[in-house]
Ligand binder design. Structure first.
Ligand code: SAM
Length: 235
């Protein structure tokens, strides 16, 4: 058998169990047949975020392909990654942020509108597809969730007690994030390009759930700040 790690990996919505035959979507069928040029009997790894990762083989190669689930490769594990609260940024940089956040183990992505947020809308459905693609690529067994936009005031309603919120505060004497021992499922908040307004900082710091943290002396762009913070938590 070929090297398993070289086999394509697909996220499937269906329940996965041994021997089950599953129809792929039109897009997945196109990818398997026309992009990867797989043929009958070729192997594909599949996962659905609930049942683990399975080896399957292509048992119908058509406009709508089918696979048959063969054996379990990895049992499902429960992931406990950070929740990233972020102020949306422009398209390419946002796609980069989302892809890297998934690779670094984020569990939920929550776009937050703040006073100085410039990008106030983006296609959540498209972002979800990028999240699936990144999860397939980095061999996660789960697919992080992206929530609809919230306002800064809703952050504490979204967090689950006793989850803490680590608020990345530039130009401050807050303790460095790397010096703290923090729970892997904590909330991390990254502000907009223009920074937080003073009233927003006061609001965030008035909550006992919040801890301001520094990411160092340099002022990082929002996507760098997010990646840096997440990598410190995942390490
Ligand atoms: N316009 C702001 C300024 O000049 O002070 C900079 C905002 S920065 C581009 C965007 C966000 O990244 C900030 O709101 C903060 O959450 C985070 N960030 C960037 N550098 C940081 C640092 N050194 N420490 C903590 N947070 C940082």
């Amino acid at each position: 058998m070929k090297d398993i790690t070289k086999m394509p990996r697909l996220f499937i919505q269906n329940i996965l169990s041994l021997g089950k035959t599953i129809a792929l979507t039109k897009e997945q069928s196109h990818y398997i047949r026309n992009v990867l040029r797989l043929t009958m009997g070729d192997f594909i790894r599949v996962f659905n975020g609930k049942d683990g990762e399975f080896l399957s083989s292509l048992t119908k190669s058509d406009k709508m392909c089918e696979i048959t689930v063969q054996n379990l490769l990895k049992p499902q594990t429960i992931s406990k990654g950070p929740w990233l609260f972020f102020s949306p940024i422009k398209k390419d940089r946002l796609s980069f942020l989302i892809e890297k956040a998934v690779e670094l183990g984020v569990q939920k992505l929550i776009p937050v509108i703040t006073e100085r947020t410039i990008v106030r809308t983006f296609n959540i459905e498209k972002a979800h597809l990028s999240i699936i693609e990144a999860s397939e690529q980095c061999e996660r067994l789960d697919v992080p969730e992206i929530l609809p936009f919230i306002t800064l005031k809703d952050i504490f309603k979204t967090l689950k007690e006793p989850q803490r919120l680590y608020f990345c505060k530039e130009r401050s004497d807050a303790p460095p994030l790397r010096s703290l021992s923090i729970s892997p499922d904590s909330g991390i908040l990254i502000g907009p390009e223009g920074g937080f307004a003073d009233t927003e900082i006061a609001f965030l710091e008035s909550s006992p759930q919040t801890q301001a943290v520094s990411l160092g002396d340099r002022i990082l762009r929002a996507e760098t700040a997010a990646i840096y913070a997440l990598s410190q938590i995942s390490s």
